[in-house]
Design a protein around this ligand. Structure first.
Ligand code: NAD
Length: 350
């Protein structure tokens, strides 16, 4: 575990305490399992509804279970003997997915509802929920030069339809389980996370992975063109996966942050056009841009105000975008080549 003065030493689990990670077959859950494993935790239970061969990462020595956590009985099995529970399971994807499949996004409410109840009943000590910047009021995000979102901007509530409302309501569950029942909960509002071992094609991928793949495809095909969703002027901040896992650990183990939603993202705001330029530079190519104005594009602008996290943890995600994108680009290029060669690659099949 990461410790600094702002995390609470007594909150740290022992190396042989059982840690449950839900959604461990996915991008962030898979990275979190590896993070804890590398920190020396010896009892990690990784759960996902995807069959194990389709998990993005399978860490050796970790118990891997294929189970649907929207089912109450499965949640009871999953949390057995667990000291800490991390809920990273959700039916989600990039804008193309969350704008189109709102019902699937809303149904993720079942996962948190059953998992937190099971965790409470099993006497789990700490429970983590992965919320999202999509929980914020969308009316504050209608300008690419928007001001960064601070934690209080979630209310008055006007979240992203479907996905954002599910996150906001699940946050409330976490707050009430602490207030009424004394379960220590942690709530991080992630701003776009990217990195290797994530979704890079198939419809659920997010902008950084999609742009890396498109640049790689263009290089491969020799057609020097790229299609960008929207006008490219939308702005976002992007957090590298290693900052995300470290932040989850710190937030979970800070007694000052119990049941308190907090931003976990970078405050390095870039437009989608900027993002394409960085990836082109990494790929060593310049492409002709075509803008698809009918494609899903999400809110006009979104950034993370990191005042609160810096105050609480003396830290904020700080991996420079170009550095993280280079690692991500190289990983996707490898995956792309592997697929071309007919080898098995990780990808979301659902
Ligand atoms: P992901 O899609 O890669 O991983 C989610 C995993 O949850 C998938 O492997 C999926 O199979 C699993 N899952 C879905 N329904 C399940 C169920 N009923 N039972 C068990 N497993 C189930 O997504 P991710 O990027 O790793 O996101 C993890 C969490 O972080 C999610 O809650 C997501 O909403 C949140 N989040 C992610 C981002 C981001 O940029 N990646 C941003 C904001 C919030």
């Amino acid at each position: 575990m990461t410790t600094n003065e702002k995390t609470t030493k007594s909150a740290m689990p022992k190396k042989n305490d059982l840690i449950l990670v839900g959604g461990a077959g996915g991008f962030i859950g898979g990275a979190l399992v590896r993070y804890f494993h590398d920190k020396g935790f010896t009892r990690i239970r990784a759960v996902d509804k995807k069959p194990l061969p389709h998990w993005y990462q399978c860490t050796p020595g970790v118990e891997g279970l294929c189970m649907d956590l929207s089912d109450e009985a499965n949640c009871r099995v999953a949390v057995r003997d667990a000291v800490e529970v991390y809920n990273l399971a959700a039916d989600m994807g990039g804008m193309g997915f969350i704008e189109r499949f709102r019902i699937e996004c809303l149904r993720s409410i079942l996962i948190n509802t059953h998992l937190i109840e099971a965790a409470y009943r099993a006497g789990v000590q700490r429970y983590f929920f992965s919320s999202s910047a999509c929980a914020y009021n969308v009316k504050l995000q209608d300008d690419p030069n928007c001001r960064a979102l601070k934690e209080s901007d979630a209310y008055p509530a006007f979240s992203e339809r479907g996905y954002g409302w599910e996150k906001l309501l699940s946050e409330m569950f976490c707050q009430e389980y602490w207030a009424e029942r004394g379960l220590r909960t942690a709530i991080a509002r992630f701003h776009n996370v990217y990195g290797p071992w994530g979704t890079w094609d198939g419809g659920r991928e997010k902008a950084p992975a999609a742009i890396c793949r498109k640049v790689i495809e263009a290089k491969n095909s020799g057609q020097k063109k790229i299609v960008i969703w929207g006008d490219g002027k939308q702005t976002r901040s992007f957090m590298y996966i290693d900052d995300c896992t470290k932040g989850i650990d710190m937030i979970m183990h800070s007694d000052q942050l119990i049941a308190t939603p907090i931003n976990l993202g970078t405050s390095e705001l870039v437009s989608i056009n900027d993002l394409v330029s960085i990836v082109e530079n990494i790929g060593g190519i310049k492409l002709k841009r075509k803008y698809d104005l009918d494609a899903p594009r999400g809110v006009a602008g979104r950034n993370s105000d990191n005042t609160f996290i810096k105050q609480m943890l003396d830290w904020e995600p700080d991996t420079p975008l170009r550095k993280g994108l280079k690692v991500t680009y190289n990983w996707i290029a490898q995956q792309y080549e592997a697929r071309k060669a007919g080898l098995n690659t990780v990808r979301d099949i659902f």
